[in-house]
Ligand binder design. Structure first.
Ligand SMILES: CC(C)(COP(=O)(O)OP(=O)(O)OC[C@H]1O[C@@H](n2cnc3c(N)ncnc32)[C@H](O)[C@@H]1OP(=O)(O)O)[C@@H](O)C(=O)NCCC(=O)NCCS
Length: 187
């Protein structure tokens, strides 16, 4: 049985996270911006002295609900299928203590789809959601490059339409739209 230790921090763990997540996920610059701004945190999975997996996550209050987004998660090749990502996601849930947990991925990313569904997340494609709700959730997750939302518990999603969207709008403006513009050389 593998003993996995999870370390949580912010900018101090960004290099470690980049070395793992950045290798597999080209969009890591979004996570990087959110961590540098102090919005998102980093969880690193350690086996002995080796960093073998990492996750970037953030909380988002949307009164009356608190949400927590698993922004980017990856396990180093060679360490996969040994429960590392499951341990990270479960640990982050414990830290966030939110009412609603979200992640996004692509339908053809079977490992990610299975990882989250095995932990009780429901997969919903953006097309299945009412337009207004999809807009709110796209802003909250910056999940524009993905086609599937993973939510736990998904029964809370509908109530988000009537929630307070101020923090979601702030996150979207600063960490999603601004980074998207910067990557295209727009001021
Ligand atoms: C997705 C990813 C993070 C999973 O990491 P992991 O440490 O291997 O995940 P776990 O060992 O905790 O797997 C948990 C469950 O997910 C499913 N799963 C994980 N990898 C799988 C694969 N390649 N094929 C099918 N199911 C898989 C299984 O149900 C697994 O449980 P099991 O091994 O008991 O059957 C890893 O494959 C990865 O880093 N991929 C590249 C980055 C990425 O796509 N991240 C997800 C973005 S949302």
């Amino acid at each position: 049985m593998l003993t996995v230790r999870i370390v949580v921090g912010g900018r101090d763990l960004l290099d470690v996270a980049r070395n793992i997540i950045g290798r597999y996920m080209p969009g890591f610059r979004y996570a990087e911006a959110a961590v540098m701004d102090g919005w998102a945190s980093v969880a690193v999975a350690m086996v002995g002295e080796e960093a073998v997996g990492a996750e970037v996550f953030y909380g988002l209050p949307a009164r009356p609900y608190s949400m927590c987004v698993h922004y980017y998660v990856a396990t180093a090749e060679g360490w996969r299928r040994r429960g590392i990502a499951s341990a990270l996601v479960a640990h982050v849930e414990g830290i966030c203590g939110a009412q609603l947990y979200l992640a996004t991925t692509r339908l053809d990313n079977e490992p990610a789809m299975r990882l989250f569904t095995s932990l009780g997340y429901d997969a919903v494609s953006w097309d299945e959601l009412p337009r207004g709700l999809a807009d709110v959730l796209l802003r909250a997750t910056c999940g524009y490059d993905d086609d599937v939302l993973l939510a736990k518990p998904s029964k809370l999603l509908d109530a988000l339409l009537d929630a307070d969207h101020a923090e979601i709008a702030r996150f979207h403006r600063r960490e999603c739209y601004a980074v998207w513009r910067a990557t295209r050389g727009l001021a």
